[in-house]
Design a protein around this ligand. Sequence first.
Ligand code: TYD
Length: 135
Amino acid sequence: MNIKIIDIKTIPTDSEGQLSFFEANKDFDFDIKRIYYITEVAKGIKRGAHAHKKLKQLLWCPIGSIKIYLENIWEKEEIILDSPAKGLVIEESLWRDMLWMKNDSVLCVAASDYYDADDYIRDYDEYLRYIESNV
Ligand code: TYD
């Protein structure tokens, strides 16, 4: 599966918190055209249930804990994002679900392109057909 876990550089201080940062085309291999984030989600809620055809994304969770379920027709993976220093890079068309493990966990996404509803596949059977015809 074409995913990568990256260490997001995080600079601590003794008493003034910490600062995390990443740089496009250095920490991962795409330009960022869009950033979005998901807030005010209660523990136990699942979002997602879609795939993207072309979009590449970096996901991270600076506050809380979110489990990311990923699959294609061959493999399944589960990744927990629970640290400002941990990023998940998705560069292929994967079906994904996200489960909020703690109240008010924040999911942030840096994406390689502008919002395009036509890049989404929201029907699982259509996703399987898409993968089969694009391998
Ligand atoms: P969606 O990607 O389906 O969220 P999730 O997978 O987390 O449930 O997006 C939710 C809604 O927001 C959907 O109507 C599309 C819209 N949206 C935009 O208009 N622009 C964006 O950049 C994103 C990510 C979503």
